[in-house]
Ligand binder design. Structure first.
Ligand code: SF4
Ligand code: SF4
Length: 142
């Protein structure tokens, strides 16, 4: 994590049809939820994008474009980039179960040689529902 200074935040294309993404942005700003491990005193650049829609295959092209452009324009190598998958992709929540293509998305990201982390905003209400068994939980990879 020390080497990372560029975060590509990937959100569910379907959910983003009605969500501004504010809770993701706030979680990063406050370094909570999936961003709790990012030092508050370090400056990161961020880029928000959606997966491009089911099955998520467009994400490979989008992130591939980022990797090429950022290397060409600024000499930034991919080992400085981390991909952060939003909570609506990685967790059962108000919007629905986690993405059925989650493993596929992670494979696409892995094929680009990019590191990936899971989860952005964590809602207290949703966490309560997970603990109560109303929302499913799954093994997290990060
Ligand atoms: S995690 Fe929440 S705020 Fe972020 S894109 Fe998904 S639904 Fe919107
Ligand atoms: S592939 Fe997953 S993250 Fe992308 S739109 Fe479909 S359900 Fe959402």
């Amino acid at each position: 994590m020390e080497k990372k200074d560029y975060i590509a935040i990937v959100q569910c294309h379907l959910v983003k049809q009605r969500c501004s993404g504010y809770m993701c942005e706030r979680a990063f700003h406050e370094r909570t939820g999936g961003f709790a491990h990012y030092p508050a005193d370090k400056t990161y650049r961020t880029l928000y994008m959606t997966c491009g829609g089911c099955c998520g295959r467009a994400l490979h092209r989008k992130l591939g474009n980022l990797v090429r452009k950022i290397k060409t324009k600024e000499g930034i190598e991919k080992d400085r980039i981390v991909v952060q998958l939003s909570s609506c992709i990685t967790r059962d929540n108000y919007h629905g179960p986690c993405c059925p293509h989650l493993d596929y998305l992670k494979e696409l990201i892995g094929r680009l040689g990019l590191d990936v982390r899971e989860t952005t905003s964590i809602s207290l209400k949703a966490e309560g529902r997970r603990q109560a068994g109303r929302y499913k939980t799954r093994q997290k990879a990060d």
